[in-house]
Design a binder for this molecule. Structure first.
Ligand code: NAD
Length: 491
């Protein structure tokens, strides 16, 4: 048994929701189980929160906000606390990585190298930015002074997905806390453990009680009351487009709270006729789709290849997955663990079956590999109209589509309801610029797969995004309200 498996056995796991600086049971006493998706073992029993718990968390957040214990601090004081939190995350990096791995099925190597350090980095980056930002003075006549200032919104609800549980929380709470808000987090029911631990670490770092709360439970029971709450000023959501839409309805039917949505994708990698190093492109694109089991919103689940490079690319992709390490997520050599749940496994299998039935050719994989493991799967001959071309699979499945010209490749890439990210391969700097502008996506990687980094705004066009961006200083706009203060200077 490896060291991480040993650590997993001795982890102290949270068992309560986190409200006003304390772990608490649901007011109804209801609970739900959370299981390790690789072993199927029960790992924790958590409160199944409902509307009354949401009320308690929102009230605590509002009290803290109105008391000014966080919102009225000097920005440099909030910075110091958030930097301390980032330090604490890194001090507990191994334990957090193991917790994330057993809860979500994510490979431990990825948790250690990416999820945990990037979580700390996001919180530190937003904390550090906060005391370097200036407000504005508008041009006016000399007898007036117009200040344009940004103020925290107040109470923010953050509703999270299960694929990057800690990192998505950091993308939300980093800027929300840095700008002085109080936050109520609703993690995905499949993966709530690290959110609770992060809230506990935040208290230890000096975030006052009530400023960061975590309510656990099901979407309709805990997420919907948060979305409909009359005293929540904004919802920031990452998850499916189907559920994202509901938050717009909740806002419209309640207090018109601000809503920012980061949602699904069906991102394409376009390989133009002049692309070089097809073997290298195949290596990058295999990582782009099979990383995190394909449970990644920007995963390039479609590859659109010009006819001149299509056959070579399909052959090189197949070579990539010949010995892809699929298995125990706590083994540091594993690159692909189990899918997150039996329900999600059934969805991925169903879409793979539809690909076979609709005439796409299986080049690799195409079936499960025991338990909730799914083999890295490559389809060739995928065409528009097939379900695997249209629908987000959110699993380790990529479809390659053949284009007759570069222009057709770009048009095919844009032929989707989504617009989160895209990748473009070309040897021509002119084509790189021209076609990067033509691709309808929030992030375009040129000659590499990229989501940008913490300094670059992240979000989607079309049905992939609404209302703002995560990351970069642009994320602060989600969590602040503009105010004009007009002073009469005439005497
Ligand atoms: P999901 O939409 O099923 O759930 C997301 C959250 O919404 C969970 O916390 C869930 O409990 C809650 N929820 C579910 N039903 C609800 C309801 N009726 N009312 C209120 N809340 C409800 O998404 P998921 O399955 O957890 O995550 C996968 C999806 O997230 C994929 O579509 C993926 O593309 C997307 N995603 C997007 C990004 C991005 O930044 N664009 C990042 C990661 C994941």
């Amino acid at each position: 048994m490896n060291a991480y498996a040993d650590m997993a056995k001795s982890l102290k796991l949270p068992t309560g929701a986190f409200i006003d600086g304390q772990f608490v049971a649901a007011l109804s006493g209801a609970t739900f189980e959370t299981r390790n998706p690789y072993t199927g073992d029960l790992i924790a029993t958590l409160p199944a929160c409902g509307a009354a718990d949401v009320d308690a968390a929102v009230a605590a957040a509002r009290r803290a906000h109105e008391a000014g214990v966080w919102s009225d601090l000097h920005p440099s004081e909030r910075k110091a606390v958030l930097c301390r939190l980032a330090d604490l995350i890194m001090a507990h990096a191994e334990a957090l990585a193991v917790m994330e791995s057993v809860d979500a099925g994510k490979p431990i190597a990825d948790c250690l190298e990416l999820d945990i350090p990037e979580t700390a980095n996001a919180i530190r980056w937003h904390g550090e930015a906060q005391d370097k930002l200036y407000d504005q003075i508008a041009p006016t006549a000399p007898d007036a002074l117009a200040l344009v200032v940004r103020e925290p919104l107040g109470v923010v609800g953050a509703v999270l997905p299960w694929n990057f549980p800690l990192l998505m929380m950091a993308w939300k709470i980093g800027p929300a806390l840095a700008t002085g808000n109080s936050v109520v987090v609703k993690p995905a029911e499949q993966t709530s453990l690290t959110a609770l631990r992060l809230a506990e670490l935040a208290l230890e770092a000096g975030v006052p009680p009530g400023v960061l709360n975590v309510i656990t439970g099901m979407g309709p029971d805990a997420g919907e009351p948060l979305g409909r709450h009359m005293d929540v000023d904004a919802i920031t959501f990452t998850g499916s487009t189907e559920v994202g839409r509901k938050f717009l309805e909740y806002a419209a039917q309640s207090n018109l709270k601000e809503v920012c949505l980061e949602m699904g994708g069906k991102s394409a990698a376009v390989v133009l006729s002049d692309a070089k190093n097809i073997a290298e492109i195949a290596e990058t694109q295999a990582a782009a789709i099979f990383w995190n089991m394909g449970e990644n919103c920007t995963a390039n689940s479609r590859i659109i290849a010009h006819k001149d490079v299509y056959d070579e690319l399909v052959a090189e992709l197949a070579k990539q997955v010949a010995d892809w390490p699929v298995g125990d997520p706590l083994d540091p050599a594993t690159r692909q663990g189990p899918l997150v749940s039996a329900e999600h496994f059934a969805k991925v299998s169903g879409l793979v079956d539809s690909g076979k039935a609709q005439g796409a050719q299986v080049v690799a994989g195409g079936e499960g590999a025991g338990g909730l493991l799914f083999k890295p799967t490559i389809f060739a001959g995928v065409t528009p109209g097939m379900d695997i071309y249209e629908q987000e699979i959110f699993g380790p499945v990529v479809g390659v589509t053949r284009a007759e010209s570069d222009e057709e490749a770009i048009a095919l890439a844009n032929q989707t309801q989504y617009g989160l990210a895209a990748t473009l391969y070309t040897a021509s700097i002119a084509k790189a610029h021209r076609y990067a502008r033509k691709l309808k996506a929030g992030t375009v990687g040129v000659n590499t797969y990229s989501e940008g980094e913490i300094s670059t705004p992240f979000g989607g066009f079309k049905s992939s995004g609404f209302g703002g961006r995560d990351n970069g200083i642009h994320a602060h706009e989600q969590y602040t309200e503009l105010k004009t203060i007009w002073l009469d200077l005439s005497e």
